[in-house]
Ligand binder design. Structure first.
Ligand SMILES: Nc1ncnc2c1ncn2[C@@H]1O[C@H](COP(=O)(O)OP(=O)(O)O)[C@@H](O)[C@H]1O
Ligand SMILES: [Mg+2]
Length: 255
């Protein structure tokens, strides 16, 4: 926080909001875990107990929605943590970029396929996602591994999520130019209209249109991506258009 913002009403309100967010998230996490635990336990008995199809379906839905809510609460808690970080809090180390990208791509595919709620109006295949990674094997970045993994997975997850193609091709390309490293994540999905491109980095903003507006989310991923890059002295740019797809390009200093 800037020096002159300390103890102002705006700063106090922001601190109160952050505290409330953290408190509410923690308070929600425990009952949600209990709901999920019990619904899973009952479901595991379904073959022995011979539940009716309605009971099984209801339990599955309780479990699905509970798991989804847990994911959202976890994201809110992580958002609160990231928002309050300062450069001195980072645990920076040398990381092999290609290995990290492979891990993030696998996580993005498995999370998006698990949590996808496909709008009934859109023809979206859950399977058929391909992430191609073009990165020199020896390229390393100096960064906080947990934060950088979140950032890369978020960009790939968005490329899968906001994608109305039956076969989703995502291309990740990395290059070393002088004292910076660039990582671009390209999809051929729904895209964003040029007038919305800057707004997608605002907290809680989601483009509200026929396709992307029906996809689950909180509009917190890209604001966190931006904050993580600020903490690493990096930057991000976007090229996108409706129906053509999107290219996010991250730039990070080498040192
Ligand atoms: N690859 C993409 N293609 C199309 N739209 C995107 C893409 N990435 C982000 N967006 C748009 O930007 C909004 C904000 O993204 P984000 O902050 O990650 O939030 P969330 O994923 O929770 O919706 C999304 O709701 C979507 O409208
Ligand atoms: Mg997102």
């Amino acid at each position: 926080m800037k020096e002159k913002e300390k103890n102002t009403p705006v700063a106090n309100n922001l601190q109160d909001a952050a505290k409330m967010l953290s408190l509410v998230s923690h308070k929600l996490r425990t009952p949600l875990s209990i709901i999920n635990g019990y619904s899973e336990a009952i479901l595991s008995q379904s073959s022995k107990e011979k539940f009716s199809p309605f009971t099984t379906k209801a339990l599955e839905e309780i479990n699905k929605q509970g798991t989804k809510l847990c994911g959202l609460v976890d994201k809110l808690m992580f958002f609160n943590k990231v928002e309050n970080l300062q450069p001195k809090d980072l645990a920076k180390k040398q990381i092999n970029l290609k290995n990290l990208l492979k891990l993030c791509a696998n996580d993005a595919i498995s999370h998006e396929e698990d949590s996808a709620t496909v709008p009934s109006t859109a023809a979206v295949a859950k399977r058929g996602t391909f992430i191609e990674i073009d990165c020199p094997s020896n390229l390393e970045i100096k960064s906080d591994e947990e934060l950088m993994a979140f950032l890369l997975e978020e960009l790939m997850a968005n490329a899968i999520k906001f994608n109305n193609k039956p076969e989703k091709i995502i291309k990740v390309q990395c290059a070393h130019h002088g004292d910076s490293i660039s990582i671009s994540v390209r999809d051929y999905g729904a895209g964003v209209r040029p007038q919305d491109v800057n707004k997608i980095f605002e907290q809680f903003y989601q483009v509200d249109d026929y396709f992307t507006g029906q996809i689950d989310g909180w509009g917190l991923g890209l604001p966190m991506v931006k904050k993580i890059l600020d903490l690493h002295d990096g930057s991000i740019s976007v090229i996108s258009d409706r129906g053509l797809g999107t290219i996010f390009t991250v730039s990070l200093p080498v040192a």
